[in-house]
Design a protein around this ligand. Structure first.
Ligand SMILES: C[S@@+](CC[C@H](N)C(=O)[O-])C[C@H]1O[C@@H](n2cnc3c(N)ncnc32)[C@H](O)[C@@H]1O
Length: 437
């Protein structure tokens, strides 16, 4: 395969192409590379760029220069698979590289086109791009680093270039997990020892330790990646071990009422049923209904007694499974105390609300911020007009309000609970594992 590299700065590529595995692949002849300097293609005394049409100050590479570069290279090596680089392109990740590798492997000619300035005339990509790739959501001065990064990523997936394909298949982001920690000699360095188990020689135990380490690192540091996989039951079980215990409470006390006063609200049996089922789905350890009112507590207790009884199990075992984790508490304080006694640590309390309050706001990608504190988590749901300031003051964070692209977000608490749990703890797969994997 020949790789044409179209650029304004060929000098950036020269040491890169000579080094390491790419250098070796060039030496062995498994790839050839051809650098095209766009500046060589301009007419004498003519500029390579011209100003953007319409308001704005940017300079763009002229389309006819790019066209010339592509034509010359295709005449030499045949039709190329043409990749452009732009922050607006498809983001490169390991799965995208995996999808592209077999396509690239079949090509006789690959062309990587790096632009500079404000970019290129939009019609060039329209005409020539087989794919436009981005290195990430940030803007560099040019596409050369993205082109080199892509080349390193893709060539190591093409058999015969990287050597052992087996080592590539075990890397981070090849599946749901990131890589486990690895060590080399000496056994002790700067007071840090290689874990005993890694030195044990017990291969099965080492494999298990590595899997556990990978799972822990992935859950805490790369949860967005992990949740983008359709996980198998065993993988879910393993991941769940490293998600700190979560609890949810539906508050009926110290709520803001319609007339602005602070008071109690009535329990709704449908909320108990529906939120309990959501809690069971997302692995919430206990769902608390918190009310100090005796008659309200009697209603809840009657419901719980039935569904937690043998008769309840026989009547509907799924409903029983959900409701057996429901607990009745008198207040916010009692709920926190219950968790603290059970877990041996005070929970991190996260409020939820339809509006912003004076609390640090968590996005639904901020799990690491909370989970790395290794404490249980309590998510608070309000009723009536929301959680009062006296309770909000005892919260550590609030989750960003749920919103659509409208001016309305007054959701029923049971709907909100489902959305909150799914966004915070749910799996949302983009990647699907084959049965044999
Ligand atoms: C200054 S950038 C142009 C940015 C463009 N105006 C925008 O906002 O999307 C110039 C060139 O650098 C390259 N480039 C910059 N950031 C990139 C990224 N994150 N991924 C891929 N290419 C990038 C592209 O080739 C781009 O055309």
């Amino acid at each position: 395969m020949n790789i044409s590299l179209v650029t304004l700065f060929p000098q950036l590529y020269k040491p890169f192409l000579d080094a390491s595995l790419i250098g070796r692949a060039r030496q062995s002849g498994s790839i050839t590379t051809d650098l095209i300097n766009l500046l060589d293609l301009t007419e004498p005394k003519k500029r390579i760029d011209s100003p953007t049409v319409g308001p704005g100050t940017g300079m763009l590479i002229k389309p006819e220069i790019m066209q010339k570069a592509i034509d010359i290279q295709q005449e030499k090596y045949g039709r190329a698979f043409r990749i452009f680089f732009s922050p607006q392109g498809k983001k490169i990740d390991q799965q995208l590289l995996k999808e592209l590798a077999p396509i690239i492997q079949q090509q006789e000619h690959l062309m990587l086109i790096a632009s500079r300035y404000e970019g290129i005339d939009a019609r060039i990509e329209e005409e020539y791009a087989d794919i436009v790739l981005s290195l990430g959501d940030f803007v560099l001065m040019g596409g050369d680093i993205p082109a080199m990064a892509f080349l390193e990523g893709i060539l190591r997936l093409i058999p015969g270039i990287v050597g052992k394909l087996e080592s590539v298949e075990k890397d981070s982001f090849t599946g749901p997990w990131v890589d486990y920690p690895e060590y080399t000699l000496p056994v002790e360095w700067h007071g840090h020892k290689i874990p005993e188990i890694v030195q044990s020689g017990n291969h099965a135990a080492i494999e298990q330790w590595r899997l556990d380490q990978a799972a822990q690192k992935t859950v805490i540091g790369h949860f967005q990646w992990l949740r983008s996989w359709a996980l198998k039951d065993k993988q879910k079980e393993l991941a769940a071990r490293y998600i700190p215990s979560h609890y949810m409470v539906l508050m009926h006390d110290q709520m803001r009422l319609k007339d602005g006063r602070i008071g109690t609200t009535s329990v709704t049996t449908m909320d108990i049923h529906d939120i309990a089922r959501s809690c069971r789905t997302y692995g919430i350890k206990n769902f608390f209904i918190s009310t100090p009112l005796i008659d309200q507590r009697t209603i809840v207790q009657t419901l719980l007694d039935f569904w937690q009884s043998d008769e309840g199990i026989r009547y509907n075992s799924h409903r029983h499974q959900a409701i057996r984790n429901v607990c009745l508490t008198e207040s916010f304080e009692e709920t926190v105390k219950y968790i603290e006694e059970k877990e041996g640590k005070k929970p991190i309390v996260i409020a939820t609300s339809a509006q912003y309050h004076e609390l640090p706001v968590l996005s639904y990608s901020d799990q690491q911020k909370v989970w790395e504190q290794s404490r249980p988590v309590l998510i608070l749901l309000g009723t009536a007009h929301g959680i009062s300031n006296t309770v909000l003051e005892q919260c550590n964070y609030m989750l960003a309000p749920i919103e659509g692209f409208t001016d309305f977000n007054h959701l029923a608490v049971r709907s909100a609970a489902g959305i909150i749990l799914d966004r915070w703890l749910g799996i949302n797969p983009r990647f699907f594992q084959l049965a044999k994997e």
